[in-house]
Design a binder for this molecule. Structure first.
Ligand code: IVH
Length: 706
């Protein structure tokens, strides 16, 4: 039996949208509705394991309720969602009482919230506005929180957070985590018993590997690293926890008792002092990530900087935690039943949101692949407004059972383009309808075909206008011929005017007529001409790549350009010859053969040649020759921070010419780190490794003899 009927669920869906987009001030009478709504979402999350809103949206609702309750305290009941901290307890583990309650954190979302927090701390500690307060700011790790108890230097217990008072004893699992010391010399510091808080996490790269493995075994992949980590904490067999490869960061000393069972936490002056003791004792502390900020302005800047770089960090984080550094101030601030008043979480912008799938359109790619694109009700997501989302192919639509009119959960992780995580069938009203994949090209009406082993449907008409335009847009794009002064809209316009039929027309434009077009003028026409003239001299590998031959990417274009003197030689190459080039597989080889076997393509290239486009191998197509005495021969190198004299790509090419190999992360395999301005975690990591040679940009230039 379900606790809620589907009709009720639909009402909650509407209410959720209403409360999240609240424009009018809620009345006292409506608070009960919000409480009910939150209970419903808790049920979806904890009981049904099927949340219908993102964590961020849940937090917003919860915070809204808290602020309403603060305004109308007489409406608070003992069973309000704010009166307990949500539990994650499962009965198979022994329940244990925490030595000190594990509280939650209050949330903040912007600079204004942080300023309010600073004001509140000032009031509680009687600190004047001119005097900046010291805060420690650390990442808010997105994993499973854990309390570790050490007694007489030994780890005697580890528990999940549970409801904050009682947690589950997961000692056996925690003991498998390499970054958790099984013993530590607390006694040397007068500490007989200590309770530490931390977060168990999985590194992002490890997480991706785990999911790959699961997929290859036919198992369902984890939705995110957090689920993989919290799941690992609750394995019945500790060996399985061990295999998952967890890390555990410790971020807080909750209790420190002497041998008289007296809490001596306040013998430490600052949070920083507790953390550095823990680091000395061998705990994994986010030392490089933590910053001591003087004044809330610095805190705000630091939080914003982390929000920018969160995706390049090794672990999932969903915000920052700001803590008053001085322990005596912490004591003055005190705590509510829910959270300490001396700390606050700064939550990053949501990566997930819910919206409605309104419509599906179909885009034709440069080789005719038909990509369904969902139009959704515009919604804010991690700093941008999302209104259309690729649905990849028909299989994707079917596997997620998406329908037009569905409420959908969307996600955007970092630079990654947004995608639809799932639909919520429980919110269907019956007005939704199935997405009917077209049988004919929406542009030229040719029947679509499906290639063996490929999920995508394709329009086989090489002369389909949509394809021609896509090929031209690709031809001029950055990684192909990189032509300045022209973009998609110009291509579309010239195509509509009948000036562009195939790629060769790009090199035969009438600049006088272009200058007379509305919105163009002589200067734009001149710039366009310069861009196109420049493109005529581009190396052969760019030209090859720009032709939109299926599977011929940037790298394979380079591999081929090394072996070919004149593009027309490829007309006479055999499959075997092509496949004998390292990393060129049979499918690509066949595609190249087919492309060069078509008379219309050869004619197009001939015309381009007659218009002055380079068709021959250039020195740039050849791999740099590395001399025996090249200064960086055999070394690995990495650039970090902002370079002042060289741009990053130039520097990398120079390093390659000097015999070095560019790599992308700091590890013991790295030989040289070149540091520019504002270098961050990479520099720290390299220092920690010790064997990496760290040099400035000037030293680099000297080293390569320029
Ligand atoms: S301090 C009494 N520091 O966030 C202090 N918590 O929403 C309370 N968390 O359950 C916690 N990173 O699991 C603190 N650097 C950090 C944290 C952190 C992640 C988690 C923790 C807590 C939740 C509160």
């Amino acid at each position: 039996m379900s606790r809620y009927t589907s009709a009720q669920e639909r009402v909650y869906s509407e209410q959720t949208i209403h409360w999240l987009q609240l424009e009018s001030i809620p009345t006292k009478a409506s608070i009960d509705q919000l409480r009910d709504l939150i209970r419903y979402h808790e049920w979806k999350y904890y009981i049904k394991n099927n949340p219908v809103i993102s964590d961020y949206e849940y937090d917003r609702l919860f915070d809204l309720l808290k602020s309403l309750e603060a305004k109308y305290p007489d409406t608070i009941h003992a069973d309000s969602p704010t009166q307990r901290v949500a539990s994650d307890r499962i009965s198979t583990f022994r329940s244990v009482e925490h030595l000190v309650p594990m509280l939650s954190l209050a949330n903040s979302y912007n600079a204004e919230d942080l300023n309010d927090f600073d004001d509140q701390v000032r009031k509680l500690c009687l600190i004047q506005a001119q005097v900046p307060i010291e805060y420690i700011v650390e990442p808010k790790f997105d994993g499973g929180s854990v309390a570790l108890v050490y007694q007489q230097n030994h780890l005697i217990r580890a528990a999940t957070r549970g409801d904050g008072i009682y947690g589950d004893d997961i000692s056996q699992n925690i003991k498998t985590i390499n970054s958790v010391p099984l013993s530590a010399k607390f006694a040397e510091h007068g500490i007989h018993r200590a309770e530490l808080r931390g977060e168990a996490l999985i590194r992002k790269d490890r997480f991706l590997k785990i999911n790959e493995e699961r997929k290859s075994k036919g198992e369902e992949p984890f939705a995110n690293a957090r689920n993989a980590a919290t799941g690992a904490l609750r394995m019945k067999d500790p060996k399985e926890t061990a295999q998952r490869g967890l890390d555990l960061f410790v971020y807080q000393m909750g209790l420190a008792e002497d041998d008289q069972a007296q809490n001596i936490l306040d013998s430490f002056d600052t949070h920083q002092a507790t953390i550095s003791l823990l680091a000395d004792l061998g705990f994994k502390i986010p030392q490089k990530e933590i910053k001591l900020c003087t004044g809330i302005e610095q805190v705000i800047d630091f939080c914003k900087a982390w929000e920018e770089k969160r995706d390049s960090y090794d672990y999932e984080i969903d915000g920052m935690v700001i803590k008053v550094n001085r322990i005596d101030y912490q004591k003055k601030c005190g705590s509510t039943s829910h959270h300490p008043r001396w700390a606050i979480a700064y939550k990053f912008k949501a990566k997930q949101a819910t919206t409605t799938l309104q419509n599906v359109r179909y885009q034709i790619g440069k080789i005719g692949s038909v990509t369904p694109v969902a139009k959704v009700e515009p919604v804010h997501l991690a700093g941008v407004t999302v209104s259309s989302i690729s649905l990849h192919n028909e299989d994707f639509i079917r596997s997620k059972d998406l329908r037009i009119g569905d409420r959908v959960l969307i996600e955007r992780a970092g630079d990654v383009i947004p995608y639809i995580v799932k639909a919520f069938p429980e919110f269907r009203t019956g007005d939704e309808h199935l997405i009917e994949f077209p049988t004919h090209c929406p542009e030229c009406n040719t029947p679509l075909v499906q290639d063996l082993g490929e999920a995508a449907w394709r329009c086989p008409n090489h002369l389909c206008p949509a394809q021609i335009i896509q090929r031209m847009v690709f031809h001029i794009s950055k990684h192909a011929m990189d032509i300045d002064g022209i973009g998609r809209s110009t291509i579309e316009r010239f195509y509509a005017l009948g000036w562009l039929r195939d790629l060769s027309d790009i090199y035969d434009l009438d600049y006088k007529r272009i200058a007379q077009l509305e919105g163009f003028g002589p200067q734009s026409a001149h710039n366009l001409r310069l861009g196109i003239e420049k493109a005529k001299q581009k190396p052969l590998h760019r030209l090859l790549h720009s032709l939109s031959i299926h599977h011929l990417g940037r790298r394979s274009s380079k591999l081929i350009a090394r072996e070919v003197n004149y593009i027309f030689d490829l007309q006479h190459w055999t499959l075997d010859q092509l496949e004998s080039i390292k990393d060129i597989g049979p499918i690509l080889a066949r595609n190249i053969m087919e492309w060069f076997g078509k008379e219309e393509n050869i004619q197009m290239l001939r015309r381009m040649e007659s218009l002055g486009v380079n068709m021959r191998q250039t020195p740039e197509d050849l791999p740099p020759k590395i001399a025996e005495d090249a200064p960086l021969r055999g070394k690995t190198i990495l650039f970090t921070g902002k370079l002042l004299r060289l741009n990053r790509n130039e520097a990398k090419t120079m390093a390659e010419r000097a015999g070095a190999k560019n790599i992308s992360s700091v590890s013991s395999n790295l030989d040289i780190l070149v540091v520019g301005e504002k270098a961050g975690s990479k520099l720290n990591k390299a220092k920690a490794i010790g064997s990496v040679r760290i040099i400035s940009e000037d030293e680099f230039i000297r080293l390569i003899g320029k």
